[in-house]
Write a protein of this length. Structure first.
Lengths: 110, 307
C-alpha cells in the first residue's frame, strides 16, 4: 500500500501581506496536493505558489504549481517532482486590511 | 501457546520489557505518531480559549535529515526519522510559551493488561535550523517525553525533560514531572480553567529563573552533557530509556546514553480522572526552542513495552 500523510500547516491564519507555510520535508512522497481554503478574503485575489528547496533554508518558486483565489472558497495545487522540501507562499491582496484568513492542508502520497 | 518470533535486528539496540506494545521504525512511516492539537469541538469547531495557544505548534514530519552542507544525513537505520519542529518564535523562559515555540508528536494507545511496568525507549538527535553561522546548541531550550495515563481513579503524566538552555545559557540537566503543592489556577497561569495541575507540563506551570517549573523538578545528580557535535548540521543518534510503574503510579528509572538515573521514590502528581479517557496510554514527545529559531528533534525509532 502507498504511504499517505496529511498535515494541517495553517488553520484560520490571517495573511497580512505574505505568509509562507512552515518548511515541510516530503522526500518520501512522489506527489503532493496543497488544499487552500480562504475563509475570508478582502481586497482582491489571493495568490498561492509552491516553493521547493535544497535544504529547507533557501526557497525557490517551483514555477508551475500556483493558484489564485478570487473569493472565499477552496483552491487545489498539485505538485510532483519536488525533491525533499515543500512550502506554500500566499500573497494577500493589497489593501486587504488583514481580513484574509486561510487554512492550508498538505496531502502527501508515496 | 508456544510462540516463535523472528527477532528484528533493529530491536537489539533496545532493552524492551517482556511485551512490546510497539516497535516504530520511521522508515516504515509515521506509525501513528502525529501532531498534538487541541479539542476542536466547540462553536465553529473552535477549541477552548486559555492562557496557552495550542493551535500553532510546529508540524511533525518524516525527515531525511537533509542539511545545506553535508546533504542528507539519513537516520540511524535507513533514511527517515520522525522530526518534531517548532516555529521560529520564543518568549523569555519565565513567560508563557509563545504560540509555535514547541512541537509535539504523540501516539494514542490504551491499556490492555493489569498495571505493571511501562517503558519508553528511543534513539534520537536534536539540532536547530542551520539558518545562521556559529553553533546553535544554546538555542534549543528543551526536549522531553511523558506518558499521558489514566486509570480508574487518576490521570497523571510521568515524564522527563532535558532542560538544555534557559535564555541562551546552557543548563543541560534532566528533570522529572511533578506538580505537587501547586493549585490548578496557578498551573494554568492564573486562569481557573479546565486543566488540572500536573497535566500538560510541557507548557503549563510557572517557570522560574533557575530552570525548574511548577511541573518539572531536577533529577538528583541529573546533569549530563549529550553528544551534540561541533556543527548544527551534524547529528549523533542518542539513546533514552524511561520506565514507570503503573501499579504504584511512580517512577522507576531513566537511562540516557550510558547513564542510569534512579528515580525510585519519586512520583508524578495524581489528579482525579477526566471524562472519556479511562485506560488512556499516550506516549508523547516534544521539543521547545529558546529563541527566534526553529529547533528539531529527530527520532529514528521507538519501542514501548510493558511487563
Amino acid at each position: 500500500m502507498r504511504a499517505f500523510q496529511t498535515t494541517v500547516l495553517e488553520r484560520k491564519e490571517a495573511v497580512e501581506r505574505t505568509l509562507a507555510t512552515e518548511p515541510f520535508e516530503a522526500g518520501w512522497a512522489g506527489e503532493a496536493i496543497f488544499f487552500v481554503e480562504a475563509h475570508e478574503l478582502a481586497g482582491g485575489s489571493l495568490l498561492a505558489r509552491v516553493q521547493i528547496s535544497p535544504d529547507g533554508i533557501r526557497w525557490i518558486d517551483e514555477g508551475t504549481a500556483r493558484a489564485s483565489l478570487d473569493g472565499p472558497g477552496h483552491a487545489v495545487i498539485r505538485v510532483t517532482h519536488f525533491g525533499g522540501w515543500l512550502r506554500l507562499v500566499l500573497d494577500a491582496p493589497p489593501g486587504g486590511g488583514g481580513a484574509t484568513q486561510i487554512t492550508v492542508h498538505l496531502a502527501l502520497k508515496e | 501457546m508456544n510462540h516463535t518470533i523472528a527477532f528484528p535486528p533493529g530491536l537489539s539496540r533496545f532493552q524492551p520489557l517482556g511485551t512490546i506494545l510497539c516497535y516504530d521504525d520511521f522508515d516504515t512511516g509515521a506509525n501513528g505518531w502525529l501532531d498534538l492539537k487541541p479539542n476542536y469541538r466547540f462553536e465553529g469547531f473552535e477549541p477552548r480559549k486559555g492562557a496557552v495557544d495550542m493551535t500553532r505548534w510546529g508540524p511533525t514530519m518524516l525527515s531525511s535529515a537533509t542539511f545545506a552542507f553535508p546533504g542528507t544525513h539519513g537516520s540511524m537505520t535507513g533514511t527517515y526519522s520522525l522530526k518534531l519542529t517548532t516555529r521560529p518564535v520564543a518568549n523569555p523562559y519565565q513567560a508563557i510559551p509563545a504560540p509555535g515555540s514547541l512541537g509535539h508528536a504523540l501516539k494514542r494507545l490504551s491499556v490492555h493488561r493489569p498495571a505493571g511496568l511501562l517503558q519508553f525507549e528511543m534513539w534520537y538527535a536534536y539540532t536547530p535550523e542551520q539558518d545562521r553561522i556559529g553553533l546553535g546548541e544554546k538555542d534549543i531550550r528543551a526536549f522531553g517525553f511523558l506518558f499521558d495515563l489514566q486509570d480508574a481513579e487518576y490521570r497523571y503524566m510521568p515524564g522527563v525533560r532535558y532542560l538544555n538552555a534557559v535564555d541562551g545559557e546552557l543548563v543541560q540537566r534532566w528533570q522529572y514531572c511533578n506538580a505537587d503543592g501547586v493549585t490548578d489556577a496557578e498551573w494554568e497561569y492564573g486562569t481557573e480553567g479546565w486543566c488540572k495541575r500536573g497535566i500538560d507540563p510541557q507548557w503549563f506551570g510557572r517557570r522560574y529563573a533557575d530552570g525548574h517549573t511548577d511541573g518539572f523538578k531536577y533529577v538528583p545528580d541529573g546533569a549530563q552533557r549529550l553528544c551534540y557535535n561541533e556543527s548544527d548540521d551534524k547529528i549523533n543518534w542518542l539513546y533514552l530509556r524511561f520506565q514507570v510503574d503503573l501499579a504504584t503510579r511512580s517512577y522507576v528509572e531513566l537511562q540516557s546514553g550510558d547513564r542510569v538515573f534512579d528515580l525510585r521514590g519519586l512520583s508524578p502528581t495524581l489528579v482525579p480522572a477526566y471524562a472519556n479517557i479511562e485506560g488512556l496510554l499516550n506516549p508523547l514527545l516534544w521539543v521547545e526552542t529558546d529563541t527566534d529559531r526553529r529547533v528539531f528533534l529527530y527520532v529514528d525509532s521507538i519501542v514501548v513495552s510493558v511487563a
